[in-house]
Design a protein around this ligand. Structure first.
Ligand SMILES: Cc1cc2nc3c(=O)[nH]c(=O)nc-3n(C[C@H](O)[C@H](O)[C@H](O)COP(=O)(O)O)c2cc1C
Length: 342
């Protein structure tokens, strides 16, 4: 049985924070792809509504959870970084939270909801949870996938009892799923680098694999399938899709030739993520401490305001290296075109 139950070997990757919407999921499913629903950043109440709507849709789907992060950012490092980014907040009329906030993204409540209303697939990112949670989700009937970025992480995930892996390559847009946020991610990368990671992971595990990262057009999909993935997950190429919830500011930046490169930076959330290089990155990347979710909470309101007011230089412009291929079209057309060469 394939890991993802869809006619086409193509998935809409989970994109928390707005881009993934029920309309995008429906459009991708109707085109024959597999849709992931992100639970990250949502309250348990909002997630419960999204989960119920996905069940009511009557199609197979996946839910994606952020695994809680260990540790907490040193308050002095937080205060120093808050002072550094304060001018950005002041420019937008936003107040920064005074104290660092660490939370677990309502992990327990979200897992409990999934145990009561199992999704066909649950994917995890940012590391591995307690293996009893993996076992419980599986016992409830979900196929559990862990996001991994190296063969070592793949071995650990297999050991923890998952059913399959999302192999995320270094070209991927948004947060890296790395288990070690301080491990450097290569700046220059393409879908070919994802294919290399897929081959390296396939050499150490027999678990079924989904490949993600750097798809820039139809040519990348057969390359990733030939490397050993049974499906390919696409994020960035759907960011400008008609049905996506991507902000107008983010959409505009993706189409703006003034943005010329992506970088991997922890300056927005305290965890490495690939984004278009903008003013905020230039001003703050070098001094930013690691500390997720404290930095996420620190910069969240200023980023939201930047998105709302059309300021692309104070916003996390998540993008994979294939961003130039992102088109403003219906998602179904994008999906069908991507698999045309398969
Ligand atoms: C805007 C955005 C949000 C993302 N949010 C999540 C998320 O909530 N969970 C997750 O596992 N991955 C997330 N990712 C990573 C994607 O799931 C996927 O690995 C990546 O988009 C694949 O690379 P590509 O963007 O080059 O297609 C996000 C990516 C983007 C671009």
């Amino acid at each position: 049985m394939p890991l993802l139950d869809s006619a086409l070997p193509l998935a809409a990757a989970p994109m928390a924070g707005g881009p993934s919407t029920p309309a995008l999921a429906t459009a991708v499913s109707e085109a024959g792809g597999f849709a992931f629903l992100p639970a990250g950043y949502l309250s348990a109440e909002v997630f419960a509504d999204d989960l119920a709507a996905a069940h009511a849709g009557g199609r197979a789907f996946g839910v994606n959870l952020f695994v809680p992060q260990p540790g907490a950012l040193d308050p002095d490092a937080y205060a120093a970084y808050a002072a550094a980014v304060r001018p950005e907040a002041e420019a937008l009329g936003v107040e920064l939270p005074a104290d660092p906030r660490h939370d677990d993204d309502a992990w327990r409540a979200k897992v409990d909801l999934l145990l009561a209303h199992p999704a066909p697939v649950v994917s995890l990112t940012f590391g591995l949870p307690d293996r009893t949670d993996i076992a419980a989700l599986r016992a409830a009937g979900s196929r559990v996938l862990a996001t991994v970025t190296t063969p070592d992480e793949a071995r650990a995930a297999e050991e923890a009892g998952v059913d399959g892996l999302v192999v995320q390559g270094p070209a991927a847009g948004g947060h890296s799923g790395t288990f070690d946020p301080r491990r450097p991610v290569p700046e220059v990368a393409t879908a070919d680098d994802t294919a290399d990671v897929v081959r390296a992971v396939a050499a150490v595990t027999r678990l079924p694999l989904v490949a993600a990262g750097g798809v820039d057009g139809p040519g990348a999909v057969p390359v990733l399938l030939a490397a050993g993935a049974e499906a390919v997950a696409v994020g960035t190429l759907l960011l400008r899709a008609t049905e996506a919830g991507t902000s107008a500011t983010h959409r505009g930046a993706l189409a703006d030739p003034a943005f010329t490169t992506t970088v991997v930076t922890h300056c927005f959330t305290g965890r490495p993520a690939r984004a278009l290089r903008n003013g905020f990155v230039e001003r703050h990347h070098a001094a930013a401490p690691y500390g997720y979710p404290e930095l996420h909470h620190l910069t969240r309101d200023l980023r939201r305001t930047a998105a709302r007011t059309g300021d692309p230089h104070r916003l996390h412009l998540w993008a994979g290296t294939g961003w130039r291929g992102a088109q403003a079209r219906p998602a179904g057309e994008i999906v069908r075109e991507l698999v045309a060469a398969v």
